[in-house]
Design a binder for this molecule. Structure first.
Ligand code: FE
Length: 253
């Protein structure tokens, strides 16, 4: 699939890059680029198998704009494995939960670029892009223990990382929420930590004006009604520790 333009007003652009199949066994992942004026950001750039293709697609999307930020929602390999390459070939800073920065160094972080891996405190922070302030909002335990989402107030897109993931879809945008559920349910029941944290997230994001929810895997949700349905679904879902306790039994031969 070619690039998908989620928003473009002439100075501000949000682009979902074409799908770079990592091959075989590897989970599908989305790479999003935001450009405002002369500056750009890539979200969850991915691992080694797609690194060179994502890098060239990002530069093509940026045009004359300069890559300023790499936003890393959490520590998983499909998000951060190639971070050293990105830091070595660009001048951008990478932003990641403070509880993960020393672990990510094991992916092979050159000491020359270490200082450009910027820790995000638990409360989140603001990221500035071309003069626009974008909140990095806490989404801990959805699914990672140190997990963040990015809200872009110009396009009104909430980038939700693994929350909203769908697997096995052949479309980029959700049109039928009911039909879409079967692509989301299994993943969220296992990977999201609990209904309590889903509710806390839902209560927080209801204060944001959201037009699109864009996850890191699978299809995105567009329009107030679809966004609201997704948030309501999250806040009522039993998941994670709500369901896993009965499996704590020692296996027998
Ligand atoms: Fe993950």
């Amino acid at each position: 699939m070619p690039n998908t333009i989620l928003y473009d007003d002439g100075t501000h652009r949000n682009v979902l890059l074409e799908d770079f199949d990592a091959g075989g066994f590897a989970v599908q992942s989305n790479q999003h680029v935001i450009v405002h004026g002369g500056e750009g950001m890539i979200l969850d750039p991915g691992g080694h198998k797609i690194y060179s293709r994502v890098l060239s697609a990002t530069f093509a999307t940026l045009g004359n704009a300069k890559l300023r930020h790499l936003f890393l929602s959490h520590q998983d390999p499909d998000i951060v494995a190639a971070v050293n390459g990105w830091l070595m070939t660009t001048d951008a800073d990478a932003h990641l939960s403070e509880i993960w920065t020393r672990f990510v160094a094991h992916f092979g972080l050159d000491h020359l670029v270490e200082h450009r891996l910027k820790p995000i405190p638990d409360a989140g922070k603001m990221l500035e892009l071309g003069g626009v302030q974008m909140p990095v909002v806490p989404a801990h335990f959805l699914h990672s223990e140190g997990n963040f989402q990015l809200y872009d107030p110009v396009s009104k897109i909430l980038y939700t990382g693994d929350l909203g993931t769908s697997l096995g879809t052949d479309y980029v945008k959700v049109t039928d929420f009911g039909q879409h559920l079967r692509h989301m349910e299994g993943f969220h029941r296992r990977y999201m930590a609990s209904n309590r944290v889903m509710q806390a997230w839902a209560n927080m994001v209801r204060s944001l004006d959201i037009e699109i929810i864009a996850p890191q895997h699978g299809a995105y949700f567009q329009g107030k009604e679809m966004v609201d349905r997704f948030i309501r679904w999250c806040s009522s879902l039993e998941c994670g520790v709500d369901l896993i306790l009965p499996s704590f039994k020692v296996p027998t031969a």
